[in-house]
Design a protein around this ligand. Structure first.
Ligand SMILES: Cc1cc2nc3c(=O)[nH]c(=O)nc-3n(C[C@H](O)[C@H](O)[C@H](O)COP(=O)(O)OP(=O)(O)OC[C@H]3O[C@@H](n4cnc5c(N)ncnc54)[C@H](O)[C@@H]3O)c2cc1C
Ligand code: FES
Ligand code: FES
Length: 1302
């Protein structure tokens, strides 16, 4: 809705005036569309990913001083940035084009892969350095709690950023020095009249880099002015005001209330819209940020009064400033640091947080839990009666019961509590989260009590996440009053009372189980109780503490071969600087066509129902509406299917019946993305014959919902071997699904051309999209041309899933005759586009007396969803992956692809291998328990030896997995550390440590894909363009191809460029997947360059050119000699081309676990991986790290939970779905690449790395398992169902109330 009035602000030093701004437009959306500043990215639009972070400079209304901070531009309403100065990553580039030092370091430290997250990291760092030019390493690591990166595993990002630290590691400083020394002049050298590729010191005109660059000279932030906007359509429909004083605000509110406009929304940080998105619309929006009185802070002897608008980060600062005044301030400061993330806390007010709790009592608010425990009062002003009153959060006069109509929160009053000589006052708080940071609490708690001569008084116990009415454990508080803290009886009695009064309720399937929350609540109370006691049993002391995550460190060890440079040279990714500076263009960054339409779609609400009606009556009247396309609207010549025969047809749009929740029901076309999304919400779909949507794999197995029988795979005689086996091990293993979480959403744009369509899209598999789109339209394939530049992460999720993101715009464009752009929301990506398949494996294992595997029988069940996009269980894949690194003489594998009401699966990083390898690790763990041997020993015993034939039928020659494992365990000091772990575990009852070991073998196959490559040299200047079927999804293939071409042609890399991928230049190419694209395309480029070199050498000889001649001259002469300067090579897995080889690796992970909460910290990871002769070890180490953390997320934190009624995915955003954050990485991380070895079955001896290291992360799960075992100490075997989340593993500990002792 447009509002009349204008706002003014600066972006990167330039002033903008926006008239008639639209309600609902965020700063992000303005920057990316009207501002044409696409360096700032967007994904979640809820403050959860950090892709959109910008720096804001404004006058602080409380102090009038200029304040600079990072903020999520996706949550900032454009209307609220009036008067602000905004800096985006583009704004850091100096006049004259010099990159900012942060951008440079990000590039040189190789801290970017796909680059979609990178500008957000750069801006977070820049904002930090503006605020604090000398941060410590710890402060820097803390700052990135709001930035997610799915590619890198964070380590190189941390390194780049920590190089700015006042206490930076000398190694990092040395790299920075090297960066300065390495600066290369990009100009044409006057002396040589040719490109200069050496360091000549002329790169920087001023020869130095100030560490912290200030943004360009910019006008100071404008003084705030009152604003008033009304909707243009109906003068009174919506009002947005920005008062500057409390008097103005209260007068206005009074007038609105008198006018009957009671539906008022105050806008402070506006971050609550990232949590509860469906609130509103309101009659009046009051941007109350500029009201000076809302920032007042008064400090009296016994109270600290804090204004309503004080941000969470400012509240932390206040608490720290006054930490000497009260025992509770340090506790509050520490806890609030765990709320949300830095950019959110910079703008979010404590009031907004308390208000979320008031409006949604089930919200596990951290601020509410703290305030309720520490008796904070809320000061409320009634604008109508003009009276002010204090309210408490518990008991009588309760703020939660107050009708806030016409009222406004002014401040809170935090009472100070100071201990006296004989009265100890103690306070503590805890927050249990699914990952280390940036998450709401599963359970939170805050406690305080006084202890006088061992007697407890005034205990306060507040907890969140229990149920919507639970605030304080008043019965337990009463029970404790006057009791002797040092008596066992007091503790057991209190636990009994607490056990009765803590009654967790689940309001949604995403919540952790009531059993877990009850156990966690009791555990947290026990921690606090221990804190109160005068003396403690030694083994319980550590239970009090929360797990610490110290500053991370790492080592990387690899070789390179100077004779092959730049091949094997560890150079940074060549496009890294563009990614850091925001110059890199992703599909959604390209300008709009003037007549472009924006598409989105309406998702099916029910996973198995008939569609009764699609009502457009409201949608059609909305601003920007163009049209809605349903299955019934498709012209007869369009086929409503995403796939060509013989594949199972899969509708583009649900036709009368829904197959899974999230299925597209209607395409909405509008004049902007915002309008399209608003209109889609107004389309009303009604359903009939609603049936149960089966999403649970076990249920589908029971109901025998199978696709066609899969193939069986048999080796040897399992029946006999099992019969003869000394030990028989049977069980069921469950391994869940995973969402890819690519940071760039599905995005595509169809442009009608004279004879067909151009389709610009982020896809890994152009060929299949082209075929399918042509089939849908009934076109010849040559009428559909795909173009893909860079892709912002894919991990398999932009392969088969791209069929839909191609179909939506092309069908819309066909029908409307206009260019159509489609960008999926995060929710759509997660609900519609498929995910890694979930597996269940039933196993029967025979083992001899020594623990050696004799027979393995497995029934695999894979959840394939409603459409068999790709069979999960098929003989080829199972044969390649099922054995992982383990030998067994007899195998019988059979499997079923199971049908459920879910989208078809989309291959995800290491498909099938990931589940199979984890499964084998689980089996070996089970075997170890049954034969009563150490799993590390059992695993090593059963590894393949050279000469043995693996399950895929390959004879393993020079097979190194045993050596790798042994070397890893020796170098990592496994034996000594195990002793330390054992000692630690003996000495600590509720903190446990564990070492987990995982060796892996993966068969890499070239024989399923094919790629075209073309190398062309331009005669006029000798520059070279490479075109292949590979898509750079962040894996660095473009850089590697340039390295290969430079090596073979013998020219500098600066002369070579890789073009975008198109199916005109590289038709019929396979998907960029399976870890082998880089190798196969390197082979293609290698052969092209060899051809080219042969031709050029022949011409050189014929023309008798001098050896001094420059490359440019030589090429020109060849051209005039008639040499064809273009070469093409088709890599197809014929006999002459490499086919298959194995990669191996091993990892040892150490974790520390808090038994009472289930949280764990990854203390140390050591990995060895065989990458062959890596073409670029820095890029490949990055791949290995990224893959490892991808696996850590898969196996431990990422949960896909469905609504059991309608099959809707409930964990469909960053609020609920938790890929690892930066503090989840190992505190110490050591990676070694096996020394360079020749490998004849690959190109240039390099080996695949994109996927296999993911499998090494199963070691983390087994380290956690060791911790659980150590606590249980009962010798029994138990399975860990994946993900091994905080709540799941805590429940496995089976903690009993009787375990709590003092
Ligand atoms: C990514 C993310 C992660 C988060 N993680 C956590 C977490 O870990 N723990 C946690 O507890 N919370 C978390 N939150 C919630 C966060 O703390 C709140 O969104 C934030 O504090 C709200 O403050 P705000 O200023 O942005 O409020 P706004 O969104 O501006 O306003 C919120 C509500 O407060 C009302 N309001 C504002 N001022 C007044 C006033 N003076 N008088 C009366 N009503 C008023 C508004 O009308 C509105 O209803 C998270 C939020 C996000 C986006
Ligand atoms: S897009 Fe703003 S935080 Fe994700
Ligand atoms: S580089 Fe961070 S998400 Fe790709």
């Amino acid at each position: 809705m447009s509002l009349s009035g204008s706002i003014q602000f600066h972006v990167n030093g330039k002033e903008y005036v926006v008239n008639n701004a639209q309600l609902g437009v965020s700063l992000n959306s303005w920057l990316r569309t009207s501002g044409r500043l696409t360096g700032t990215k967007v994904l979640c639009r809820e403050g959860g990913c950090g892709a959109c972070v910008v720096m804001v400079t404004k006058n602080h209304p409380g102090t009038s001083l200029t304040k600079t901070f990072s903020a999520n531009s996706c949550l900032l309403p454009l209307l609220s940035v009036d008067g602000c100065r905004i800096t985006t990553t583009e704004g850091l580039i100096e006049d004259g084009g010099t990159y900012n030092v942060i951008q440079e370091r990000v590039a040189h430290f190789n801290a970017t892969q796909c680059g979609y997250c990178t500008p957000g990291f750069v801006m977070t760092m820049h904002s930090l350095l503006q605020r604090n030019p000398n941060p410590t390493q710890a402060e820097i690591e803390e700052e990135f709690d709001g930035n997610l990166c799915r590619c890198t595993g964070y380590r190189p990002i941390f390194d780049a950023m920590k190089s700015f630290a006042s206490d930076a590691d000398p190694k990092l400083k040395k790299i920075c020095q090297d960066i300065e020394d390495l600066k290369i002049c990009r100009k044409v050298c006057e002396d040589k009249n040719d490109h200069c590729y050496k360091s000549c010191g002329r790169y920087e005109a001023d020869g130095s880099h100030p560490l912290v660059r200030r943004p360009k000279q910019d006008a100071p932030p404008s003084p705030p002015k009152p604003l008033m906007f009304r909707s243009q359509i109906d003068d009174d429909a919506v009002v947005w005001i920005r008062p500057l004083t409390l008097t103005e605000l209260t007068h206005r509110v009074k007038a609105f209330v008198m006018d009957g406009k009671t539906n008022i929304r105050y806008v402070v940080g506006n971050t609550s819209t990232g949590v509860y998105k469906k609130e509103g619309k309101f009659d009046v929006y009051i941007d109350s940020k500029e009201v000076k009185e809302f920032y007042a802070a008064t400090d009296s002897d016994n109270t600290l009064t804090v204004g309503a608008n004080v941000s969470l980060n400012d509240l932390i600062e206040s608490c720290q400033t006054h930490s000497e005044d009260s025992e509770i301030f340090p506790v509050m400061a520490k806890h609030i640091k765990k709320v949300a993330n830095t950019p959110v806390r910079n703008v979010a007010s404590w009031t907004g947080n308390i208000m979320i709790k008031k409006l949604h009592p089930e919200f596990p608010s951290d601020i509410f839990t703290l305030f309720a425990a520490f008796n904070v009062k809320i000061v409320v002003y009634d604008c109508v009666t003009e009276e002010q009153a204090d309210y408490s959060l518990t008991g009588d006069n309760n703020f939660m019961d107050l009708d806030l109509t016409g009222k406004v929160i002014l401040a809170c009053k935090i009472p100070k509590v100071t201990p006296s000589k004989d009265r100890k006052f103690k306070a503590l708080s805890y927050k249990i989260m699914p990952r280390s940071q940036n998450s709401y609490a599963y359970v939170n708690a805050a406690f305080s009590a006084s202890v006088t001569n061992g007697v407890i008084h005034n205990a306060s116990i507040s907890m969140g996440g229990i149920n919507k009415d639970f605030v304080r454990a008043t019965n337990t508080e009463k029970y404790l009053e006057g009791k002797n803290v040092n008596l066992e009886l007091t503790l057991s009695g209190a636990l009994e009372v607490l056990n009765d009064e803590v009654i967790p309720v689940s309001y949604s399937a995403v919540e952790t189980s009531p059993e877990y929350r009850k156990s966690a609540a009791l555990g947290l109370f026990y921690k606090f109780y221990l804190y109160l006691c005068d003396t403690l049993p030694a083994n319980a002391v550590s239970a009090i503490e929360t797990l610490e995550r110290p500053v991370t460190s790492s080592t990387r060890t690899y070789d390179s071969d100077a004779s092959m440079f730049p091949v094997t040279e560890p150079i940074p990714k060549l496009s890294a600087i563009k990614q850091a500076s925001g110059e890199a263009k992703f599909i959604s960054d390209f300008s709009n066509h003037t007549d472009e339409l924006f598409a989105t779609y309406v998702m099916a609400e029910y996973g198995n129902a008939d569609i009764e009606d699609i009502d457009l009556s409201r949608a059609e009247k909305m601003p920007g509406f163009h049209s809605v396309i349903t299955a019934a609207d498709l012209p007869p010549e369009i086929r409503n299917t995403l796939t060509r025969p013989p594949m199972q047809p899969q509708p583009i749009l649900a036709d009368g019946h829904t197959n899974f929740a999230g299925e597209p029901v209607a395409i909405v076309l509008a004049d902007s993305e915002l309008h399209a999304s608003e209109i889609a919400k107004a389309v009303v779909v009604t359903y009939k014959n609603i049936r149960h949507a089966v999403c649970d794999l076990a249920e589908a197995i029971d109901r025998e919902m199978f696709y066609e029988e899969g193939d069986d795979l048999e080796r040897g005689d399992t029946e006999k071997a099992y019969h003869d086996a000394k030990f028989k091990v049977t069980g069921r293993a469950k391994i869940g699904a995973q969402y890819h979480f690519y940071m760039e959403p599905q995005v595509s744009k169809a442009i009608p051309t004279e004879d067909g369509f151009e389709l610009k899209m982020a896809t890994q598999w152009q060929y299949m999209v082209q075929q399918n789109c042509a089939y849908i339209l009934g076109y010849d394939v040559n009428r559909v041309n795909l173009r893909t530049g860079r892709v912002g992460g894919a991990y398999g999720g932009k392969g088969t899933a791209s069929w839909l993101s191609g179909a939506i715009p092309i069908v819309s464009s066909y029908i409307t005759g206009r260019p159509v752009r489609f960008t999926a929301t995060l929710e759509q990506c997660m609900e519609t586009f498929g995910r890694r398949s979930e597996y269940i494996m039933d196993y029967k294992i025979g083992v001899d007396s020594d623990g050696l595997l004799q027979s393995i029988e497995v029934d695999y069940y894979a959840n394939c969803g409603r459409f068999l996009t790709q069979a999960e269980y098929w003989k080829g894949a199972i044969a390649r992956f099922s054995d992982s690194g383990y030998f067994c003489p007899n195998w019988k594998l059979s499997g079923k692809n199971v049908r459920t009401n879910m989208p078809g699966t989309a291959a995800c990083r290491g498909p099938q291998a990931t589940q199979s390898s984890m499964f084998m690790e689980m089996v070996l763990e089970h075997v170890a328990k049954v034969v009563k041997q150490d799993p590390m020993v059992i695993k090593q015993k059963n590894l393949y030896k050279s000469g043995q034939v693996d399950l895929s039928g390959a004879t393993l020659t020079n097979f190194k997995l045993r050596d790798i494992s042994q070397t890893l365990l020796t170098n990592a000091g496994a034996a000594a550390r195990q002793k330390e772990v054992d000692t630690f575990n003996k000495e600590n009852k509720f903190k446990k440590k564990g070492l987990g070991f995982a060796p892996i073998k993966v068969v890499i196959a070239w024989d399923s894909f094919c790629f075209g490559s073309q190398v062309s040299i331009f005669a006029s200047d000798g520059t070279v363009i490479l075109t292949t079927g590979a898509v750079d999804v962040g894996q660095g293939v473009s850089t590697k191809l340039i390295q290969v071409a430079a090596h073979i042609l013998g020219i500098p890399m600066d002369l070579i460029r890789v073009s975008e991928t198109t199916n005109i230049m590289a038709p019929n190419s396979g998907p960029s997947a399976g870890s082998i694209t880089s190798e196969m395309c390197a082979k293609g480029v290698l052969e092209c360059c060899k051809m080219m070199k042969t031709r050029i050498d022949a011409a050189t000889e014929k023309l008798q050119l001098s050896s001094d001649i420059s490359w440019k001259e030589k090429v020109e002469k060849c051209f005039y000699e008639g040499v064809d300067l273009t070469a093409h090579y088709w890599v197809y897995p014929t006999e002459s081309v490499a086919k298959r080889y194995s990669v191996c690796g091993a990892a040892l992970s150490e974790v520390e676990m808090d038994i009472l909460t289930g949280e764990y910290a990854l203390k140390r990871v050591d990995m060895i991986y065989d990458c062959g002769k890596s073409v670029n070890p820095e890029i490949d180490v990055g791949q290995a790290e990224g893959a490892f953390m991808f696996g850590v997320g898969y196996y431990t934190t990422e949960k896909l939970i469905f609504n059991p009624e309608n099959g809707q995915l409930l964990t469909h955003n960053t609020w609920e779905y938790k890929p690892p954050a930066s503090k989840d990485i190992p505190t110490e991380w050591n990676i070694t690449f096996l020394k360079n070895e020749e490998e004849e079955n690959t190109s240039l001896s390099s080996k695949a790395v994109g996927e296999p290291p993911l499998l090494l992360s199963s070691s983390v799960v087994f380290a956690i398992k060791r911790c659980v075992e150590s606590f249980r100490n009962d010798g029994t075997y138990f399975a860990i169902d994946m993900p091994a989340s905080v709540d799941n593993v805590q429940q496995l500990c089976k903690v009993k109330i009787s375990d709590y002792k003092i």
